[in-house]
Design a protein around this ligand. Structure first.
Ligand code: CNA
Length: 329
């Protein structure tokens, strides 16, 4: 259950939203806004890092050893540059599931859509690569895919693009399944085979997502310049479903004047090192502890926006979020 504890900060944020005085809202999101759709995050107990089976990967003994010690290596350029397989084998169901449009947006995505409908959304900085933020009707220029997207594919070595449909087919037919017979994508070759760049022939093709050790897209820096370094002030920052462990995106929470309130919606407190204040009497930082969808529902009810959101977004959202919204759990 989400807890909606009244505090000076949450009261101030709710009052501002009700009165329509926040018209330049920036939202920073992470994997936790998508977990209701069925996509695991990285750092929770059932997430990718905790469940990684390094021994099942096509990798050298040294690489396996490294990944056992540090599972983040699977999304790190240092491993990918020497071996394409750990990334592609781990990401195979995510790549194929996205191709099959398996996952639908959540209540949290719909809430961001509603902010946009109400002309209150200045920008959505989305660290997720699942594309769900584009399923709600938000102008593409309002969304910054901080860590890239699965919808584009390129060669990590020479940057040449690779056709999306051909890449998905190559992942289906050339990359082995490491998730057992029960996986819905179990139909796979017994051994993995490289997917090579059509231009430079190197086995470095992957979705255009940002690996650890790589720079963020220009769109991120341009957005920060437009949103954070101008006179036209952001008046509310909402941070949802992110551990705030990945920089530089996490640093956005620390780029605003102290007068700008911040609302954190997450299972646990995050960003204390970024000076988010969780003391109950602080007037700046509000905290809605619990599942994003449940906290968003409480927000919608407190604001009287629930019916408006349901009318537009209930039909298209994932089953779990729809059940939360409509109360049929
Ligand atoms: P993370 O580090 O895994 O943190 C997720 C945070 O969300 C944690 O604090 C969790 O406690 C919290 N959380 C999980 N589920 C919920 C929920 N239902 N309600 C509220 N809070 C929840 O993920 P971050 O996004 O912070 O890390 C950034 C990485 C993760 C980015 O590079 C992403 O590309 C990457 N990632 C993306 C996806 C996706 O696209 N859906 C999935 C997994 C990882």
């Amino acid at each position: 259950m989400a807890t909606f504890i009244s505090s000076p900060a949450t009261d101030r944020i709710l009052a501002g939203l009700r009165a329509g005085s926040f018209r330049n809202i920036v939202v920073l999101t992470g994997a936790g806004i998508s977990t209701a759709s069925g996509i695991p995050d990285f750092r929770s107990p059932g997430g990718l890092y905790a469940t990684l089976q390094a021994d099942s990967l096509t990798a050298s003994p040294q690489e396996k050893q490294y990944l056992k010690k540090d599972p983040t290596g699977v999304v790190d350029i240092r491993i990918f540059a020497q071996n394409q397989f750990p990334y592609l084998e781990v990401r195979r169901p995510f790549i194929l599931g996205t191709a099959d449009q398996k996952w639908k947006y959540t209540l949290a995505h719909a809430f961001i859509g509603l902010l946009h409908d109400k002309k209150l959304l200045r920008r959505h900085y989305d660290q997720n690569i699942d594309g769900l933020s584009h399923q709600v009707d938000v102008e593409p220029s309002k969304i910054i895919n901080v860590h890239g997207s699965l919808q584009h594919v390129y060669c990590e070595a020479c940057k040449a693009p690779y056709p999306l449909a051909e890449f998905r087919e190559a992942v289906r037919t050339k990359i082995k399944n490491i998730y057992g017979e029960a996986s819905e994508f179990a139909n796979a070759p017994a051994e993995s085979e490289h997917i090579k760049c059509l231009q430079c022939s190197r086995p470095a093709v992957k979705p255009a997502t940002v690996l650890f050790g790589r720079s963020l897209p220009d769109a991120f820096h341009e957005g920060v310049e437009k949103d954070f370094n101008t006179q036209e002030n952001i008046d509310l920052l909402i941070v949802a479903g992110t551990s705030l462990k990945v920089h530089p995106s996490a640093g956005l929470v620390d780029m605003l004047p102290a007068s700008v309130p911040r609302l954190v919606i997450n299972l646990e407190p995050v960003g204390e090192d970024l000076v988010i204040d969780y003391s109950p009497d602080n007037a700046r930082d509000g905290f809605l502890k619990g599942y994003c969808d449940e906290s968003v529902l409480k927000l919608l009810e407190a604001l009287g926006w629930k019916d408006e959101l349901a009318a537009k977004y209930a039909a298209g959202m994932c089953d779990k979020s729809r059940a939360t919204l409509l109360g049929d759990k």
